[in-house]
Design a binder for this molecule. Sequence first.
Ligand code: PHE
Length: 371
Amino acid sequence: MSDIEAIKDRYLEQIESAADGDALEAIRVAALGKKGEISLLLKTLGKMTQEERQSEGPKINGARQAVADAIAMRKEAIDTEALNARLATEKLDLTLPPPSTPKGSIHPVSQVMDELAEIFADLGFSVATGPEIEDDWHNFTALNIPDTHPARAMHDTFYFPQTDEDGMPKLLRTHTSPVQIRTMMDVAKQTDGAGKPIHIIVPGRTYRSDSDATHTPMFHQVEGLVIDKGIHMGHLKWTLETFVRAFFERDDITLRLRPSYFPFTEPSAEVDLGFTVEKGRRIIGGDPRSENGGWMEILGSGMVHPNVIRNCGLDPDVWQGFAFGCGIDRLAMLKYGMDDLRAFFDGDLRWADHYGFDALDVPTLSGGVGA
Ligand code: PHE
């Protein structure tokens, strides 16, 4: 056997018994590396005679190829063995819970808006919306609040520096009441002034220059408006009672209507919610006249002022109605127990996780009103 055959066989044996990738790599370097034994033999070809080269060349190249092939094969075998060993020891536990992925939640304000829409839908109300950038006329004048009226000052209005093309001051609406105006005007237009019944709620953003634990410059209101024939305060009281009982999910809630003043309603009433204190906690419901009971104000309301109906192009001798306006954020705080309104709009995800609602597990009031 020639030297080359012997060298080749030695490497093939070593390769066969190489235990792992490192051992195999050491063999490769020793045989085929830059200064490897077979590489050096290849270099000797250059100094040989033509005949020597013709006889030795194929042998040396053959040896190089055989060793390289053997290394590749052994490497594959070693990798397969390693994989099999891992598969034998590492068992996948399919019963483990999957790693959690971050999940968003429904903001309590959105949740309460959905609840409002659902409850009032059961009472035959639809949802109306309007612009947040309003003009002075819709936000004030049409609502029977003339230029000089002190109620304007009470609203801490954000005005825009420029007026619109007609010289009308623009502002961020201070309440949802301008949507009453827009809705009644639309109806007057559609019916050529004849009018038709209106039952709407208007949830939305409102703005006033005010900030403390219970006030933020942007907040949410829901407006209610009913325009129909023969509507009176009894309808208003029943509607509000039915609403709060469905919303707070208790049948023993009482309301108190206190005479009040709004330029756009006459008569006007502030509405108080009866509560009782149980074990130091305020519970909405129970007997507010009992020793541990009391009243808290929740909304403003009244019979729509005839001037407002007339301003919208409808006849107040034919059409009457009631309206109310209520803070949505405050409803959420009362129902779900937050104590600082500012946290609603800070965007802190820990707050959202704690107070938010699961999009797929939202408590719907599917029992419905009066169920
Ligand atoms: N718009 C009033 C406010 O924001 C609330 C209200 C609405 C009162 C409708 C009476 C009728 O203060």
